[in-house]
Structures are given as structure tokens and as C-alpha cells.
Design a protein around this ligand. Structure first.
Ligand code: MD6
Ligand code: FE
Length: 225
């Protein structure tokens, strides 16, 4: 798309003939990475996130084993994910404020539903959205998402801010893991036979994002009940 007499601009990188990474990558039989899928909604997502966090600020939860998680957590929707000495659970009350969790913003819901639909799970109605914040050095150890009552629905995971290396394993803790780099706007959806696969996040590398600064924000949408 070079026009004679004009300098090439960065827009040329996105010209039709430039090599582009695939927009959708399959990482399991029913698991997909939807590249940049959240970007069309980003101008609505960020203010909605701020308003949720004003009502339910990030906090570092302590696992039943006594470890403080390096990622800070909040939630919105009917149910939030909490830790306690008795284990992990979904609760309709934020233990830090004694109030119900903030409602799930409409734009969050739209994004989760569109992504689930695109990945072959139409009709997804999430009732819980966990919000994780990672600063450089924070990580998430390999785990399964198994505190929900509705495994027939997928998990929809949205990455914003600085990049992460996501680890996607198998149904057994010791199964080999794939490394999947995730960038601002990418959405991962998995369900069906993949729903209980182990996964985690490697320690986040130092970086700065123009809109979000030195942090990665991850939303995971689930149907908890
Ligand atoms: C994260 N995500 O990406 C952590 N769980 O920050 C998760 O633990 C996760 O991304 C279930 C499904 C998708 C996820
Ligand atoms: Fe998880």
C-alpha cells in the first residue's frame, strides 16, 4: 500500500499483504485463544473496571495453606471467589466490605458472551467475574478451576495490560504444559472436555503498557452456580 512520494507509515504493517498472526488459535479440542478480541470494547471496559474496583478494591488473598497470593484479586457479578482457612469458595458477599459484590458491568457481560459464542459455547450467562492484577514478578501456580458447580459452561479469560506467559497443561498436574503468550486484548476460552485442565501464569516480566502501566489485569468469567 505504499503510495509513490509518501513515506511508509506504521499503518503499512497492517496492510492486507503484510503477514499477520492468526486471529484465532486452537490450544485444545475445545480451547481457543481469540487474539485482540477485547479491543473493540476497550474504551468501555476500562472505565467499567475502575468503577468495579472503587466498590471492591484489590486485595491479596491468603490460601488455605497460609500462602499470600502474589496476584491481587477482586470480583464482580452475583458471586465472587474467596479464600478462607476452610478452603476456596464462591460468596455473594465481599468479606472485605460486608457488601454484595459490584454488579457485572454490561460491557463485561457482552464481551464474555461474544467470546464464548465465538468459541462454540453459545448462551453463556456468567454469574461471576474474577479480576486479577499482576505486577512484574507476580505469578499464578498451576491449578484447576474446580470451585464452580457448572462445568458444562466454559471459562472466558481476558488479558489486559502487560504480557503474560500462560501455561496450559492437561487433566493431570504432571502433564506437559504448552506456553501461550497472552497480550493486551487477547481472550482465552475453554470448556467441554478441556474445562478441568491445569493452567497457570509464569512470573510476569517487567514491562509497561501505555494505558495500564506496569500491570496485567485478567478477568475470568464463569458460571459458578
Ligand atoms: C490468568 N487465569 O490468566 C489466570 N483460569 O491470570 C486463570 O487462572 C484462568 O485464565 C481459568 C480459565 C482461564 C484462566
Ligand atoms: Fe484458573
Amino acid at each position: 500500500m505504499h503510495r509513490k512520494g509518501t513515506l511508509p507509515t506504521t499503518l503499512d504493517l497492517f496492510a492486507d499483504d503484510a503477514p499477520q498472526p492468526p486471529a484465532t488459535e486452537r490450544i485444545g479440542p475445545r480451547s481457543w485463544v481469540l487474539r485482540s478480541f477485547a479491543l473493540p470494547l476497550i474504551d468501555r471496559l476500562l472505565p467499567a473496571l475502575d468503577s468495579v474496583l472503587a466498590q471492591a478494591p484489590f486485595r491479596h488473598m491468603v490460601t488455605p495453606g497460609g500462602h499470600t497470593m502474589s496476584a491481587a484479586l477482586s470480583s464482580c457479578g452475583s458471586f465472587g471467589w474467596i479464600t478462607s482457612p476452610r478452603g476456596y469458595a464462591y460468596s455473594s458477599i465481599d468479606p472485605q466490605t460486608g457488601q454484595p459484590w459490584p454488579a457485572m458491568p454490561e460491557v463485561f457481560f457482552e464481551l464474555a458472551q461474544q467470546a464464548a459464542d465465538a468459541a462454540g459455547f453459545p448462551g453463556f450467562v456468567p454469574d461471576a467475574c474474577l479480576i486479577n492484577r499482576y505486577i512484574p514478578g507476580a505469578k499464578m501456580s498451576l491449578h484447576q478451576d474446580k470451585d464452580e458447580q457448572a462445568y458444562e459452561w466454559p471459562v472466558v479469560s481476558v488479558s489486559l495490560g502487560i504480557p503474560a506467559m500462560f501455561l496450559f497443561g492437561g487433566l493431570a498436574r504432571n502433564d506437559a504444559t504448552q506456553r501461550v503468550p497472552l497480550f493486551h486484548g487477547d481472550v482465552v476460552v475453554w470448556g467441554g472436555e478441556d474445562r478441568l485442565r491445569f493452567h497457570g501464569v509464569m512470573p510476569i516480566k517487567q514491562a509497561e503498557h501505555p494505558q495500564l502501566g506496569e500491570q496485567r489485569i485478567n478477568f475470568t468469567f464463569r458460571k459458578a452456580r
